[in-house]
Design a protein around this ligand. Structure first.
Ligand SMILES: Cc1cc2nc3c(=O)[nH]c(=O)nc-3n(C[C@H](O)[C@H](O)[C@H](O)COP(=O)(O)OP(=O)(O)OC[C@H]3O[C@@H](n4cnc5c(N)ncnc54)[C@H](O)[C@@H]3O)c2cc1C
Length: 220
Protein backbone atom coordinates (compact mmCIF):
# COMPACT_ATOMS: atom_id res chain seq x y z
CA UNK A 1 0.00 0.00 0.00
CA UNK A 2 1.09 3.54 -0.56
CA UNK A 3 -0.43 6.88 0.46
CA UNK A 4 0.69 10.17 -1.04
CA UNK A 5 -0.31 13.55 0.31
CA UNK A 6 -1.37 15.26 -2.91
CA UNK A 7 -2.16 18.67 -1.46
CA UNK A 8 -3.51 20.35 1.64
CA UNK A 9 -4.68 23.66 3.03
CA UNK A 10 -1.79 25.41 4.77
CA UNK A 11 -2.26 25.04 8.56
CA UNK A 12 -0.83 28.55 9.02
CA UNK A 13 -4.39 29.72 8.38
CA UNK A 14 -5.52 28.24 11.71
CA UNK A 15 -4.25 30.82 14.25
CA UNK A 16 -6.16 33.62 12.45
CA UNK A 17 -9.32 31.52 12.35
CA UNK A 18 -9.09 30.58 16.02
CA UNK A 19 -8.23 34.13 17.16
CA UNK A 20 -11.26 35.66 15.51
CA UNK A 21 -13.38 33.71 17.98
CA UNK A 22 -11.28 35.24 20.77
CA UNK A 23 -11.68 38.78 19.44
CA UNK A 24 -7.96 39.13 18.76
CA UNK A 25 -7.70 38.76 14.99
CA UNK A 26 -4.87 41.28 14.74
CA UNK A 27 -2.29 38.87 16.17
CA UNK A 28 -1.92 37.16 12.84
CA UNK A 29 -3.27 37.84 9.39
CA UNK A 30 -4.72 34.91 7.50
CA UNK A 31 -1.84 32.57 6.70
CA UNK A 32 0.92 34.89 7.95
CA UNK A 33 1.26 33.20 11.32
CA UNK A 34 4.83 32.13 12.07
CA UNK A 35 3.40 28.93 13.54
CA UNK A 36 5.80 29.31 16.43
CA UNK A 37 5.27 28.18 20.05
CA UNK A 38 2.57 30.83 20.68
CA UNK A 39 0.48 29.69 17.71
CA UNK A 40 1.00 26.05 18.54
CA UNK A 41 -0.07 26.60 22.15
CA UNK A 42 -3.21 28.33 20.90
CA UNK A 43 -4.05 25.36 18.67
CA UNK A 44 -3.28 22.89 21.47
CA UNK A 45 -5.37 24.82 24.03
CA UNK A 46 -8.44 25.22 21.84
CA UNK A 47 -8.29 21.55 20.89
CA UNK A 48 -8.14 20.70 24.59
CA UNK A 49 -11.22 22.82 25.26
CA UNK A 50 -13.13 20.96 22.56
CA UNK A 51 -13.23 24.02 20.28
CA UNK A 52 -12.51 21.75 17.30
CA UNK A 53 -14.51 23.38 14.49
CA UNK A 54 -11.54 25.56 13.32
CA UNK A 55 -9.77 22.28 12.44
CA UNK A 56 -12.36 21.78 9.69
CA UNK A 57 -10.72 24.60 7.71
CA UNK A 58 -7.57 22.58 7.11
CA UNK A 59 -8.05 19.88 4.48
CA UNK A 60 -5.80 17.07 3.23
CA UNK A 61 -6.14 15.27 -0.11
CA UNK A 62 -4.53 11.82 -0.33
CA UNK A 63 -3.87 9.41 -3.20
CA UNK A 64 -3.96 5.81 -1.96
CA UNK A 65 -2.70 2.89 -4.06
CA UNK A 66 -2.79 -0.87 -3.55
CA UNK A 67 -5.53 -1.00 -0.94
CA UNK A 68 -7.73 -4.10 -0.80
CA UNK A 69 -11.46 -3.75 -1.36
CA UNK A 70 -11.86 -5.20 2.15
CA UNK A 71 -10.00 -2.19 3.51
CA UNK A 72 -11.86 0.16 1.18
CA UNK A 73 -15.20 -0.76 2.74
CA UNK A 74 -13.77 0.12 6.17
CA UNK A 75 -12.31 3.41 4.95
CA UNK A 76 -15.52 4.66 3.38
CA UNK A 77 -17.40 4.15 6.66
CA UNK A 78 -15.76 7.45 7.58
CA UNK A 79 -18.59 9.61 6.30
CA UNK A 80 -17.03 12.98 7.00
CA UNK A 81 -14.64 12.64 4.06
CA UNK A 82 -14.80 12.57 0.26
CA UNK A 83 -13.77 9.69 -1.97
CA UNK A 84 -13.22 8.91 -5.63
CA UNK A 85 -12.41 5.24 -6.21
CA UNK A 86 -11.23 3.37 -9.31
CA UNK A 87 -14.30 1.67 -10.79
CA UNK A 88 -14.20 -2.07 -11.53
CA UNK A 89 -16.86 -1.31 -14.19
CA UNK A 90 -14.13 0.22 -16.37
CA UNK A 91 -10.94 -1.59 -15.39
CA UNK A 92 -11.76 -5.16 -14.38
CA UNK A 93 -11.08 -6.76 -17.77
CA UNK A 94 -7.46 -5.66 -17.39
CA UNK A 95 -6.91 -9.10 -15.83
CA UNK A 96 -6.58 -10.24 -19.46
CA UNK A 97 -3.37 -8.21 -19.80
CA UNK A 98 -1.77 -9.30 -16.53
CA UNK A 99 0.48 -12.35 -16.40
CA UNK A 100 1.20 -12.39 -12.68
CA UNK A 101 -2.31 -12.07 -11.22
CA UNK A 102 -0.93 -12.00 -7.66
CA UNK A 103 0.13 -8.39 -8.34
CA UNK A 104 -3.57 -7.47 -8.31
CA UNK A 105 -4.09 -8.91 -4.82
CA UNK A 106 -3.30 -7.98 -1.26
CA UNK A 107 -1.08 -10.60 0.39
CA UNK A 108 -2.55 -11.88 3.63
CA UNK A 109 0.49 -13.84 4.80
CA UNK A 110 -1.63 -17.02 4.67
CA UNK A 111 -0.48 -19.06 1.62
CA UNK A 112 -3.75 -21.04 1.40
CA UNK A 113 -5.82 -17.86 1.17
CA UNK A 114 -3.40 -16.10 -1.17
CA UNK A 115 -3.25 -19.09 -3.55
CA UNK A 116 -7.05 -19.42 -3.50
CA UNK A 117 -7.40 -15.75 -4.46
CA UNK A 118 -4.95 -16.11 -7.36
CA UNK A 119 -6.89 -19.18 -8.58
CA UNK A 120 -10.11 -17.14 -8.46
CA UNK A 121 -8.58 -14.46 -10.68
CA UNK A 122 -7.28 -17.17 -13.04
CA UNK A 123 -10.86 -18.46 -13.36
CA UNK A 124 -12.09 -14.94 -14.00
CA UNK A 125 -9.45 -14.42 -16.69
CA UNK A 126 -10.52 -17.68 -18.35
CA UNK A 127 -14.18 -16.53 -18.25
CA UNK A 128 -13.23 -13.34 -20.11
CA UNK A 129 -11.36 -15.42 -22.70
CA UNK A 130 -14.29 -17.85 -23.12
CA UNK A 131 -16.91 -15.11 -23.23
CA UNK A 132 -15.71 -11.81 -24.77
CA UNK A 133 -19.14 -10.33 -23.99
CA UNK A 134 -18.76 -10.89 -20.25
CA UNK A 135 -19.67 -7.63 -18.53
CA UNK A 136 -17.39 -6.18 -15.85
CA UNK A 137 -20.53 -5.43 -13.81
CA UNK A 138 -21.23 -9.18 -13.62
CA UNK A 139 -17.63 -10.33 -13.29
CA UNK A 140 -17.02 -8.14 -10.25
CA UNK A 141 -19.11 -10.49 -8.09
CA UNK A 142 -16.31 -13.04 -8.36
CA UNK A 143 -13.69 -10.66 -7.00
CA UNK A 144 -11.84 -11.58 -3.81
CA UNK A 145 -11.95 -8.99 -1.05
CA UNK A 146 -8.15 -8.88 -1.42
CA UNK A 147 -8.46 -7.33 -4.92
CA UNK A 148 -6.47 -4.09 -4.96
CA UNK A 149 -7.87 -0.70 -5.80
CA UNK A 150 -6.78 2.93 -5.72
CA UNK A 151 -8.52 6.13 -4.80
CA UNK A 152 -8.35 9.76 -3.84
CA UNK A 153 -9.75 10.80 -0.47
CA UNK A 154 -10.18 14.15 1.21
CA UNK A 155 -10.39 14.73 4.96
CA UNK A 156 -10.64 17.86 7.01
CA UNK A 157 -8.33 17.68 10.03
CA UNK A 158 -11.17 17.27 12.53
CA UNK A 159 -12.45 14.20 10.71
CA UNK A 160 -8.90 13.03 9.97
CA UNK A 161 -8.09 13.09 13.69
CA UNK A 162 -11.13 10.90 14.32
CA UNK A 163 -9.97 8.55 11.53
CA UNK A 164 -6.45 8.30 13.01
CA UNK A 165 -7.80 7.92 16.54
CA UNK A 166 -9.87 4.88 15.49
CA UNK A 167 -7.71 3.35 12.77
CA UNK A 168 -4.10 3.87 13.91
CA UNK A 169 -5.10 2.12 17.11
CA UNK A 170 -3.99 -1.41 17.92
CA UNK A 171 -7.64 -2.59 17.89
CA UNK A 172 -8.11 -1.65 14.22
CA UNK A 173 -7.72 -4.17 11.38
CA UNK A 174 -4.02 -4.37 10.37
CA UNK A 175 -4.50 -3.08 6.82
CA UNK A 176 -6.41 0.10 7.67
CA UNK A 177 -4.06 0.55 10.63
CA UNK A 178 -1.22 0.38 8.15
CA UNK A 179 -2.88 3.13 6.09
CA UNK A 180 -3.39 5.36 9.13
CA UNK A 181 0.20 4.82 10.30
CA UNK A 182 1.51 5.49 6.80
CA UNK A 183 -0.38 8.78 6.69
CA UNK A 184 1.02 9.74 10.09
CA UNK A 185 4.51 8.87 8.84
CA UNK A 186 4.03 11.15 5.83
CA UNK A 187 2.99 14.06 8.08
CA UNK A 188 5.85 13.78 10.58
CA UNK A 189 8.08 16.83 10.44
CA UNK A 190 5.49 18.85 8.53
CA UNK A 191 3.35 21.73 9.85
CA UNK A 192 0.44 19.27 10.04
CA UNK A 193 2.23 17.33 12.79
CA UNK A 194 1.17 19.94 15.37
CA UNK A 195 -2.47 19.17 14.59
CA UNK A 196 -2.14 15.45 15.35
CA UNK A 197 0.72 15.41 17.87
CA UNK A 198 -1.39 13.90 20.66
CA UNK A 199 -2.42 11.03 18.37
CA UNK A 200 1.19 10.51 17.26
CA UNK A 201 2.25 10.22 20.90
CA UNK A 202 -0.34 7.51 21.48
CA UNK A 203 0.51 5.67 18.26
CA UNK A 204 4.22 5.73 19.13
CA UNK A 205 3.46 4.32 22.57
CA UNK A 206 1.73 1.38 20.84
CA UNK A 207 4.75 0.81 18.57
CA UNK A 208 2.59 1.05 15.44
CA UNK A 209 5.29 2.84 13.45
CA UNK A 210 7.28 -0.40 13.32
CA UNK A 211 4.60 -2.12 11.26
CA UNK A 212 5.14 0.15 8.27
CA UNK A 213 7.09 -1.76 5.66
CA UNK A 214 6.32 -5.10 7.27
CA UNK A 215 4.95 -7.98 5.22
CA UNK A 216 1.51 -6.36 5.37
CA UNK A 217 0.84 -4.35 2.25
CA UNK A 218 3.08 -6.34 -0.07
CA UNK A 219 1.56 -8.34 -2.88
CA UNK A 220 1.75 -12.15 -2.88
C1 LIG B 1 -12.10 -1.26 15.75
C2 LIG B 1 -13.34 -0.98 14.95
C3 LIG B 1 -14.28 -1.98 14.78
C4 LIG B 1 -15.45 -1.72 14.01
N1 LIG B 1 -16.35 -2.73 13.85
C5 LIG B 1 -17.47 -2.49 13.12
C6 LIG B 1 -18.45 -3.52 12.94
O1 LIG B 1 -18.28 -4.64 13.42
N2 LIG B 1 -19.55 -3.24 12.21
C7 LIG B 1 -19.76 -2.00 11.67
O2 LIG B 1 -20.81 -1.79 11.04
N3 LIG B 1 -18.87 -1.01 11.82
C8 LIG B 1 -17.72 -1.22 12.53
N4 LIG B 1 -16.81 -0.22 12.68
C9 LIG B 1 -17.03 1.06 11.99
C10 LIG B 1 -17.50 2.16 12.99
O3 LIG B 1 -18.74 1.81 13.57
C11 LIG B 1 -17.64 3.51 12.27
O4 LIG B 1 -18.66 3.42 11.29
C12 LIG B 1 -16.36 3.95 11.57
O5 LIG B 1 -15.26 3.78 12.41
C13 LIG B 1 -16.48 5.43 11.17
O6 LIG B 1 -16.35 6.21 12.35
P1 LIG B 1 -17.16 7.56 12.55
O7 LIG B 1 -18.64 7.34 12.43
O8 LIG B 1 -16.67 8.14 13.86
O9 LIG B 1 -16.61 8.46 11.35
P2 LIG B 1 -17.39 9.49 10.41
O10 LIG B 1 -18.49 8.81 9.71
O11 LIG B 1 -16.34 10.17 9.59
O12 LIG B 1 -18.04 10.51 11.43
C14 LIG B 1 -17.19 11.42 12.14
C15 LIG B 1 -17.96 11.88 13.37
O13 LIG B 1 -19.09 12.66 12.95
C16 LIG B 1 -20.19 12.38 13.80
N5 LIG B 1 -21.25 11.77 13.01
C17 LIG B 1 -21.17 11.37 11.71
N6 LIG B 1 -22.36 10.91 11.29
C18 LIG B 1 -23.19 11.01 12.32
C19 LIG B 1 -24.55 10.68 12.53
N7 LIG B 1 -25.31 10.14 11.58
N8 LIG B 1 -25.09 10.90 13.74
C20 LIG B 1 -24.37 11.45 14.74
N9 LIG B 1 -23.06 11.78 14.62
C21 LIG B 1 -22.49 11.57 13.44
C22 LIG B 1 -19.69 11.42 14.89
O14 LIG B 1 -19.23 12.19 15.99
C23 LIG B 1 -18.53 10.74 14.23
O15 LIG B 1 -17.56 10.24 15.14
C24 LIG B 1 -15.66 -0.45 13.43
C25 LIG B 1 -14.69 0.54 13.62
C26 LIG B 1 -13.54 0.29 14.36
C27 LIG B 1 -12.50 1.37 14.52
Amino acid sequence: MNATLVTGINPKILPSIIRISHKSPSDTLHDDADFGPKDQKLIRDTRGWGHTSPLEFVVLIWYVEDMSRACLQQLVRHRVASYCVESTRYVLNRVLEINDLSTLLRATGNADIDNHNVETLQKLKQMYKDNPNLKNDEAKYLLPEAFLTRLYCKFNIRSFRNFLHLRADEHAHPEIRELACLMIKKLRGSLYETLIEDIITRVDSQGNGEMIGSVLGKTV
